[in-house]
Design a protein around this ligand. Structure first.
Ligand SMILES: Nc1nc2c(ncn2[C@@H]2O[C@H](COP(=O)(O)OP(=O)(O)OP(=O)(O)O)[C@@H](O)[C@H]2O)c(=O)[nH]1
Ligand SMILES: [Mg+2]
Length: 287
């Protein structure tokens, strides 16, 4: 298997502009990155306009199939912008990423293990509060995201005004207002995707920190252990929270060293003694 070689070539380096995606894992998830520079995931609640955005950006350069081993349909397409080639994957619409349904599992695993270069979260401007739940969950897993504030035409019709600049400041990621059905805002969305993918925009995502004292205490013990076992993992706190929640898939990923695949190679290279600990991390602290 050439997974190792692909891994070291394609996972993130410390450089903000370098591709972040994990080509080996993406292949397992049914996405071939051979002719693309960056991979973009489209996430969002059901019925927010994800497929409309997807169709507008990819046009006829798209195909549909199923997720490997799943009955969930998958649409994938491509587009060029500037001098870069992008592959875009339309994820199933979900209200959360807690992996309680097949759709949530597919969306969550893609963002976690595929490490898309940018995750675009399409939100409904007329139902912002409900949509922000998913936005915050995505921002726990990845720090490369763009919020597509869609259906602004509907919001306008209902006399709703969203202060997108304030929202972008609060969330720490770009927010682009769009009316995808009319093509409004899509050039700006492309520019924001490009800037995050190439590292010209560096996100500082907001992370909710309202844990109870007991969870805080558990995190204080667990996070450093995860960081020591998987140096460079971009979301150790989120992984710790999922482990505390008894998430079977995450426990399996920890036990089987899958998370180690996602760490940044140059960090491991400089700390060979830590690389050796990749496969095992004690889970007793969870009790
Ligand atoms: N008014 C308005 N309608 C939109 C806009 N974007 C999408 N729609 C409409 O909203 C409906 C849902 O759009 P989809 O693109 O199918 O939404 P989706 O998020 O892919 O939905 P699921 O895949 O079912 O989760 C369709 O009827 C679109 O035409 C928009 O910006 N404004
Ligand atoms: Mg859709």
């Amino acid at each position: 298997m050439d997974t190792k070689q692909t891994t070291s070539q394609s996972t993130a380096s410390g450089c903000e502009g370098c591709p972040m995606h994990h080509a080996g894992n993406l292949r397992k998830l049914g996405v071939n990155m051979e002719n693309s520079d960056f991979v973009i995931a489209l996430a969002g609640n059901p019925n927010t306009g994800k497929s409309t955005v997807f169709n507008a950006l990819t046009g006829l350069r798209q195909h549909t199939g199923n997720w490997p081993g799943k009955t969930v349909t998958r649409a994938e397409g491509g587009f060029s912008y500037g001098d870069k080639r992008y592959k875009m994957v339309d994820l199933p619409g979900t209200y959360s990423l807690l992996s309680t349904s097949l759709d949530e599992e597919v969306a969550r695993d893609f963002i976690l293990f595929g490490q898309p270069d940018v995750t675009v979260i399409v939100v409904d401007a007329t139902r912002l509060e409900r949509n922000l739940n998913l936005v915050l969950q995505v921002l726990e897993i990845t720090d490369r995201a763009v919020v597509c504030l869609n259906l602004v035409d509907e919001a306008r019709r209902h006399k709703l005004i969203v202060d997108e600049r304030r929202l972008a400041r609060d969330l720490g990621v770009p927010v682009v207002p769009t009316a995808a059905r009319q093509g409004e805002g899509l050039p700006e969305l492309l520019a924001a995707i490009h800037d995050v993918a190439t590292g010209q925009t560096v996100c500082k995502p907001y992370r909710v920190k309202t844990e109870s004292p007991a969870i805080k205490q558990a995190l204080a013990r667990l996070v450093p252990q995860i960081e020591a076992a998987f140096p460079g993992l971009p979301n150790a706190r989120w992984v710790a929270l999922r482990l505390l929640d008894g998430d079977e898939r995450l426990m399996q990923a920890v036990r089987q060293g899958e998370l180690g695949d996602l760490t940044r190679p140059e960090v491991v290279a400089y700390q060979p003694q830590l690389a050796a600990t990749h496969h095992a991390i004690p889970l007793e602290v969870v009790s």
